[in-house]
Design a protein around this ligand. Sequence first.
Ligand code: ATP
Length: 624
Amino acid sequence: MRRFSAVLASLRQRFGRTPRWTIAVVAVASIAVSFVVFKAVQHRKTDVPVPGVPYSELATALDAHQVRRLSVEDGGTRLVAELTGPRHIGSANTTRVSAEVQKGAVGLGDLERWSARGARVEVEGPGRLPEDPVSFVVSFVLIGVTLMLVARLRAGVVSGGKKFEKVAEDRQLTLADVGGAKEARADLHDVILFLKDPSRFKKMGARCPSGVLLVGPPGTGKTLLARAVAGEAGVPVLVASGSEFGEMYVGVGARRVRDLASKARHHGRCIIFIDEFDSIGGKRGRPNRTSEEDLTLNQLLVEMDGMAGSEGIVWMAATNREDMLDPAVRRPGRFDRVVEVGMPTAADRLEILKVHAAKRPLDTDVDLRELSTLTVGYSGAELANLLNEAAIIAVHAESAAITRSHLDQARDKILLGRVRAGVVVSDEERRLIALHEAGHAVVGIITCPEDRLHKVTIEPRGRSLGAAHFAPDTDRHLHSRRYLEGIIAKALGGRAAELVFLGPEAVTSGAGSDLVHATSVARRMVAEFGMSEEVGLVSADPSAHNGAPSAQLQGEIDTAVRALMANQASRAESIVRKHAVALDAIARALVDRGVLMASEVLAIAADQGVPLKESIERTELVEA
Ligand code: ATP
C-alpha cells in the first residue's frame, strides 16, 4: 500500500494534478478493455470442441423437433446445436453437435422453420468476437476517440480542468515588488483592507468595491498589482484570461465563468483576476460579437451580482481597451472602481529599475537615475526586460556585475535589434546606408530638437541595415504641430539624402518603413488632431460619426496627408542640400567606424556649420 502511494505521489509530481477528463477517459478505456478481454476469455471457455456431424443429419434432427437450441456462427458457415437428448457419436454420447455448411446455404426460411419446431435459434452466438479483426480494432479505436472527445468537451464544460488554478508563486508578491504606480497603489488600499478583514466593512455597513478594473497600456504592471494586492492581504488569486472563456461550443464560456466563481467560493477570501478582460467584457450585441460571448458576459454579471462583495471575494480585471467594455460591466456592485495604471513617469521608472536592480549585482558605474531619463516611453515590463537583457550580456561577458556598457548594449539590442554579424554588405551599399542614416541624423537634429540623438549606426541589426537613433529625454504628454512635422521631416531625411546625393533614379527601397512611420504621423495630425487647414477641425474617429466617416471626408484627409508629406519631403530635401558637406562628412565617418555616438556626429556637424549649439549642450549634459 505504501508502495502504491509512493508511485501515485511520484506520478503526481511528474504530471501535476491529473485533469478529470483524463481520469474519465482512462476509466472508460479500462472498462472497455476489461469487457473485451472478459468476452474473449468467455468465448474461449465456451469454445470447447463440439463433435461434427454432416449437415443433412443435423437438418433432419432439427426438422424432427430434436434440437433445443441452435447457434448459427462464423457468418452462417457453422451450426452448433444443443440436442434434446444424448446421441452417440464416435465413442461417446453428446448433447452438442456441430455441422459445417456453405455460406448462404442456410436461409431465413430454414431458421424460421426450425424455430417453429422448437429450436431456440441464435445467430452469431454469445461470446463471439467479430470475424474481421481489422474492423474490430478500427471500431474500438473510433469508440475510444469518441469517448475521449466527449470527455474533453465535458471537461471544458464541467470543470476548469487545469484552467483557473490558484497561481502557485515561489513567493507571495507584495506592493514592495511594484515600483512607482503610486495612485494605483493608493486606490487599491481599500481592497487590501477589505480582503484582510471583510467583517470590519460589514459592521460599518460599508460596501467595498467587489470589482476593480485596472486600465492601462500593456506591460504597466496590472497583473503584478493584482498579485501584489493578494499578497498584501494574504489571500490566493485565481488567474484567468478573457480569451480562455471564448469557445466555439455553446454554453462553455458561461459554464467556465460558473466554474471560476464556484472555485473562488471554495477558497473563501480571494481575488479573481481576469486578464485581457475586453475579450469577455466587450459590448454586447456588437456586429462582430457572437451570442456565445454575450452569454458568457451575462453569466459573469450574474455571478458578480450573486457575490456582491459579501463573501470576501474581489474581482479584478485588466484591460487596455476600456472603451470597448459593455456599460453594464461598470454598474455599481460590479467593476465599479476603475484604477488607471499609466505609463511610468521618470520617478516611477527609477522606482521600477530599483525593484529589478535589487535582485541583481550592479557595477558602481551604473546610474539608475540617469537610466530612468534615458528610458522615456518604456513600460515597467520593458524596464524589467532591459535589466534582464543586461544581466544576460554580463553573463556572456563573464562579468561579476552588470555594468553601464552592458546596459547600453541591452538598450541597443531592444531598440535596434540584435547585431546580425552574418549579413554581408557591399562597400557600395555601406556608403548608401551611411548617406541614408546621415540624412535622418542631420534633418532630425535640425527639425526635432526636442529629441536627443543617441547614436547613428550602419551595423545590420534586427530587420534594419542601419539606424539614426533619437530618443526624447523627458516625458512629454503633448506634442506640438511643429514637433510632429519635424518627426515627419526626420523620417523623410534618409530618402532626401539619397535623392540629393544619388539622383532620383538611384533612390532605394530603404525608405519603406520610414514612409509607413511618416504617413501614420501625418494621418493622425490630419484626421485626429485637427492640424490641417484643408480638413479643418474635424475628427475622423468612427465614434464621432456613428460609424465610418463619409467618403468625402476620407478623400479630403487623403489629399491633406499627401500635401503634408510632400511639404515635409521638400523641407527635408532643402536641409540636406544646405548641409550636404556636413552630411557627407558624417556618412564618411560612418563608413569608417560603423557606429558614431551622438557627440561625434554633433561635433562633425558643428565643424561644418550646422547650427546645433543647443543639441550639443544637451548631449554633453546627459553624457557627462
Ligand atoms: P498586459 O496588459 O500586457 O497583460 P500588464 O500591465 O498586466 O501587461 P504585467 O504582466 O503586470 O503587465 O507586467 C509584466 C512584468 O513587468 C512584471 O512581471 C514585472 O516584472 C514588470 N513590471 C511591470 N510594471 C512594473 C512595476 N510597476 N514595478 C515593477 N515591475 C513591473
